[in-house]
Ligand binder design. Structure first.
Ligand SMILES: Cc1cc2nc3c(=O)[nH]c(=O)nc-3n(C[C@H](O)[C@H](O)[C@H](O)COP(=O)(O)O)c2cc1C
Length: 205
């Protein structure tokens, strides 16, 4: 190998190795701290199911973080029909607030009997629960189950939690949590918020 090439190639190779190594050890550190959270909260809630609907990813993000911290199973609510783009989406969503127009769901409901606690997440649509979750709730019976609602929204969650308590049939509804502008929140503060919420929740049970 010519001397000039070696002069360039060797430092570049060393820098790359250092970068890859430090990147890997950082992810490993994250993994460890996530595992600690997971171990701390795992025993407190029993067997957990996280149910969510998400159109643009915000509620999904929170649902996954709850799942990681509680060692939960996860169930995504999916509609048969796709939603139109904005601004038509607002009109469709509004029309689906009427129980006669609740959207049809793709899958049958999960078997709640094997779970001690069920978290249910929804975006706020028109100051209340999004219609796919309304549709889900209309079919569900939570007899004997503790249910924790959570919502993501742009700033106004309206009557989301009151409506949820009315619609979750036979559930022991536990105070839920709302997450404002999830997509603008820094990852670290979002992680802390969810961890602290779950810790408080488990200490209150
Ligand atoms: C049809 C529709 C209606 C909405 N209505 C409200 C609302 O009433 N209040 C609010 O704060 N945000 C509202 N939003 C914003 C969403 O609640 C917010 O972006 C949410 O985090 C989206 O969740 P997702 O990414 O899981 O779909 C609305 C969004 C849509 C699409």
């Amino acid at each position: 190998m010519p001397k000039k090439l070696l002069k360039f190639f060797l430092p570049a190779l060393i820098c790359s190795i250092i970068f890859i190594y430090s990147y890997k050890s950082e992810s490993y550190a994250d993994e460890i701290s996530e595992k600690n959270i997971h171990i701390n909260t795992l025993t407190d809630f029993g067997k957990v199911l996280v149910v969510y609907y998400s159109l643009s990813g915000n509620t999904k993000n929170i649902a996954n973080k709850i799942k990681e911290r509680t060692n939960a199973d996860i169930y995504e609510i999916k509609t048969v029909n796709k939603y139109p783009p904005l601004p038509f989406l607002y009109i469709t969503a509004k029309s689906q607030m009427n129980p006669k127009n609740y959207p049809k769901l793709q899958d049958k409901l999960p078997d709640f009997s094997q779970y001690d606690m069920v978290f249910i997440g929804s975006p706020v649509w028109w100051y209340t629960i999004a219609s796919p979750v309304l549709s889900f709730l209309s079919q569900a019976d939570f007899q004997g189950k503790s249910v924790v609602p959570f919502a993501t929204h742009g700033g106004k969650y309206g009557s989301f939690f009151e409506d949820f308590a009315k619609k979750a049939k036979n559930a022991n509804v536990i105070d839920g949590k709302d997450f404002k502008k999830v997509n603008k929140e820094k990852e670290d503060s979002l992680n802390d918020k969810i961890t602290n919420w779950l810790k408080n929740l488990s200490s209150e049970l």
